[in-house]
Every structure is written in structure tokens, then in C-alpha cells.
Design a protein around this ligand. Structure first.
Ligand code: ATP
Length: 239
């Protein structure tokens, strides 16, 4: 992947009826970089990602992906513009095979050779998915389903990948596997925006990080700075 676009968000706001979930959030994902958002349950992380994807009503003073004004792009077109999304909770199709799940991720790109190549890349990244390609997705473990969910998003060859809590519910060993995959994707030039409650994972997977509290950006800094910050250590790393 060679990403040249930058994601720039300013003044992003999401309201659900009377509930203010995201309040004037700003963030930048420079081309090819990995940015994290950490925060407690309900802080507004999921809403931020869904707002960028156009999946919830939102307003923003600026929301740009390269030259593209994202406030005008409907959710269904995001994939075509190179933005992939791995939703919270995986959402694989349990009654379909692993391979069918992956092929569904490629729906917008019907050219066979390219789909085949993308499939090969996903199996290379996640050998276990190749081994289990004929199995029903519902029969996979939680960690394997998470890999499938990431693999499905990669089938469209995104240049920016938004991930919502990929570590949720996974054992430390599987969290380490997910971290290795994120680091590899990042080293290959894919831009990442990672939302997590697992601050430790996030600091290792990203170079810049935001802390959100009550729908607002409470802190921003390099992941290295934040992991040494006394408040972050106490509240988010439990140290
Ligand atoms: P989680 O870790 O649970 O995903 P989060 O940081 O991603 O939390 P959000 O899911 O974005 O937080 O939620 C932010 C706030 O918006 C919370 O107060 C939540 O209760 C509220 N909220 C989220 N979705 C809706 C909705 N569809 N309708 C009403 N309120 C909502």
C-alpha cells in the first residue's frame, strides 16, 4: 500500500437525541501513520469512528480524507475511496464459510484476479484463515473471528483502516497476535486509526494517541509520552 492521503477531522460532533456523545473532536492521521484513541467505556470512541464512516448523523467543521470532503461521502462509498472499517464486535456472518465472508468484503471490486490476489494476501497475513477457509465462520474462536473481521476489511485493499476495539474479549496471547498484525500492516504503509480500551496495546501499535473522556479529547501526544504520563498510567494502565 502506498498511502498519500491524510485524514483530517476538526470539530466533529455527534448527538443522539439529547445525548451528546462526541463534542468537537479533532484528530489527524498523517499518510502512513498509526493513531490511537483510548478512553473508558462510553467515552465516545465508537461514535467517533462511526461518524467518520458516515454511519451516524454528525457535523464537523472539517472532515477530509486527502482531497475528499467526507461530510459529503455516504457510508457505502467509503470503501471505494480506500477507507476500511473493522466494527466493534466483529460481525462476521456465522452461517457462511470463512472464504465467503472474505469475498463479501470484496463486493465492490468484481475483478477476479485482484480479488484472488487480495484473498492470497489475507491468507498470508492470517494463515489460520487459509487453513479454515471452508469452515463456517460461526465455528471460529473469538480471536479467529477478529482476524476474519480484519481480513474482510483488507479485501478491499484500503489505504486507511479504522479499527474498533480489535482486542475486545481476547486472551493476552491473541492480543499479542493482533498487535503483530497491526504493526506489520503499519510497516507496510497502511494508515491506521485504532480505537481501544486496551491502552497498552494501543501505545505499542501507534505513534500518536488521543485520550477521550466524555466525548472530548482530554489529551493528545506521542504514544511514548502518554505511556509515561502519571495520570494515564494510573487511569488507563492501572499502574
Ligand atoms: P464503548 O467502549 O462501549 O464502545 P465508546 O467510547 O465507544 O464506548 P460510544 O459507544 O461512542 O462510546 O458512546 C458514547 C455515548 O453515546 C455513551 O454515553 C453512549 O451511551 C451514547 N450512545 C451511543 N450510541 C447511542 C445511540 N445509538 N443512542 C443513544 N445514545 C448512544
Amino acid at each position: 500500500v502506498t498511502t498519500t492521503e491524510e485524514l483530517v477531522v476538526e470539530g466533529l460532533t455527534v448527538n443522539y437525541g439529547g445525548v451528546s456523545a462526541v463534542r468537537s473532536v479533532g484528530l489527524t492521521v498523517p499518510a502512513g501513520s498509526a493513531v490511537g484513541i483510548i478512553g473508558a467505556n462510553g467515552a465516545g470512541k465508537t461514535s467517533t469512528l462511526r461518524a467518520i464512516m458516515g454511519l451516524v448523523p454528525r457535523s464537523a467543521t472539517t472532515m477530509r480524507w486527502g482531497d475528499l470532503d467526507l461530510t459529503k461521502v455516504p457510508a457505502r462509498d467509503m470503501v471505494r475511496h480506500g477507507v476500511g472499517y473493522v466494527p466493534e464486535g466483529r460481525h462476521v456472518f456465522p452461517g457462511l464459510t470463512v472464504e465467503k465472508n472474505l469475498l463479501l468484503g470484496a463486493y465492490s471490486r468484481p475483478w477476479k484476479a485482484e480479488t484472488k490476489q487480495a484473498l492470497g494476501e489475507v491468507y498470508e497475513l492470517f494463515p489460520v484463515l487459509g487453513e479454515m477457509k471452508g469452515r463456517l465462520a460461526g465455528a471460529l474462536s473469538g480471536g479467529q473471528q477478529q482476524m476474519l473481521s480484519i481480513g474482510r476489511a483488507l479485501m478491499c485493499r484500503p489505504r486507511l483502516l479504522l479499527l474498533d476495539e480489535p482486542s475486545m474479549g481476547l486472551s493476552p496471547k491473541l492480543v499479542a497476535e493482533i498487535l503483530a498484525v497491526l504493526q506489520r500492516l503499519s510497516s507496510e504503509g497502511l494508515s491506521l486509526l485504532l480505537v481501544e480500551q486496551n491502552a497498552k496495546l494501543t501505545f505499542e501499535a501507534t505513534s500518536t494517541c488521543l485520550v477521550v473522556e466524555n466525548g472530548e479529547v482530554a489529551m493528545v501526544g506521542t504514544s511514548e509520552e502518554l505511556r509515561h504520563d502519571p495520570n494515564v498510567r494510573r487511569i488507563y494502565l492501572g499502574l
